[in-house]
Design a binder for this molecule. Sequence first.
Ligand code: G4P
Length: 556
Amino acid sequence: MPSAPEKIQTRAAAGAATAPGNVSPTEIQREIERRRTFAIISHPDAGKTTLTEKLLLYGGAIHLAGSVKARRAARHATSDWMQMEQERGISVTSSVLQFEYEGMRINLLDTPGHQDFSEDTYRTLLAADSAVMLLDNRKGVEEQTRKLFEVCRLRRTPIFTFVNKCDRVGVSPLQLLDDVEADLGIACAAVTWPITDGTSFLGVYDRLGGALHLFEKGGDHGATRLPDRVTGLDDSKLEELLGGPARDRLVEEVELLDAAGAAFDEGAFLRGEVSPTFFGSALTNFGVEPFLRRFLRFAPPPPPREAEGGEVPPDHPEFSGFVFKIQANMDPKHRDRIAFVRVCSGRFDAGATAVNMRSGREVRLARPQTFFAQEREAVETAWPGDVVGVHDRGNLRIGDSLSAKGGIEFPGMPAFSPESFSRVIVPDPLRRKHLDKGLLELSEEGAIQVFFSDGDAGPAPVVGAVGALQFDVLLHRLEHEYGVVARLEPLPYRDARWVTGPEAEIRRVASGYDSRLVRDRAGRPLLLFRNEWVRSSTEERERGKVAFHRMAPEAA
Ligand code: G4P
């Protein structure tokens, strides 16, 4: 167990003269203040790619990797790994997209959806300081949004909501917000409100600023046009601009909101209790800029991060960060890996060394040039809130804490309850040792989770994943890195929770129909359920007797 750090001081308290690498207090403050690091959480098809592209329109990407453009670049890559990505036409990895807007530095962390939804998607959320929940105006909250939201809620991440596709009329917005509140238990405070005459979309009304943004079919959708200012909903200009029926409808809905809707409260937002909500259309670029402006105003800059022995403020003079994702085998010949590090304090300098708290060893933060080179320039310097990809030769693991002098340890990366399970079958018994080694290393790396049937270390371990793609990656890597040709036998479970409580109670709950007990490497019991419904009804029934955990509880 590494020793707790000495009292963690702010940059100012530590005194400028002691700063390594001549980081001036004003410089670090300025860089922190202008950084916003966030992720978009959504269900496939809600418009995340479209919204991302529109946000870039306002900034111009600086670093762009693993996303739309990099996928195109990957066509030229030669590794088997990339080959697999190409064959499936997807990106296995999640990464960061960095752009500037009006002096602000924005880090948008890519959270893969579709088939490449994996545990990485959840881990990425731990590196974000806020999130934007993107909803389709006809569908509201969908399955993947719900799962991602849950992870944000566990961390009390401030969440914005953007209701997309408003260029076509969707579910009544009042109904939609009611549904979100009932489903997720978060209050939505509408900042903008969609205006319609019942059949077509006319624009949005900004409740905080009293501005009308009018939608013009075929126009530039407000990209250059200034909003019309109105003094309030009784302004006679409203009828002139919108027509009677749309005006009446807007007045009625906003009155209802004023009376019954959640009010925007910055404190409640920062605690993750209220979500400022915006309406717009990513496709037509309508409502995106008003959203971006408010986002920059309300989204928090990098906050202090919880660590062993006390919080680490971002302006702490020493560089610190944690690894939240490892992308293996960019080049299988060199077994090169890229470790994605979220910078939490101080300044990251390419080529500097840092101490890895887990191993106590010094690691060189090698320039991430190869990784970013195809797209943009290499990273030389990074500040709190930024994400850098550093080359790693197998020294780093997901959850590792790095700091310039050592002594700063962030909480380990939690494991998230998997949603698919399979037994690993290896026809050749002589390869069993290789399989065990492979599973151990790949689970330590966070590529997959390994479980054992209760009471036996078993001839066929159970592997668990959040997304099915992780299984394909597992088979591929077992074969190419460990020489093990394995096959998977799917198990009929689709949901799981770690469970704590008296052992007899745990066994009793596990004996129920449609569930099964396994244990992870640390011996912690995990209950597998046939589906989400069985899981939630079991949780409901057993409340107070045993506790269920979405993230692996700290090992006792
Ligand atoms: P995703 O990354 O969340 O999966 O969604 P993506 O942006 O790929 O968008 C999914 C579909 O929704 C696309 O249509 C896209 O054009 C459409 N879309 C996105 N934003 C809006 C919007 O504001 N209004 C409307 N009406 N549609 C929107 P597609 O037909 O699947 O693909 P494409 O042929 O348009 O590319």
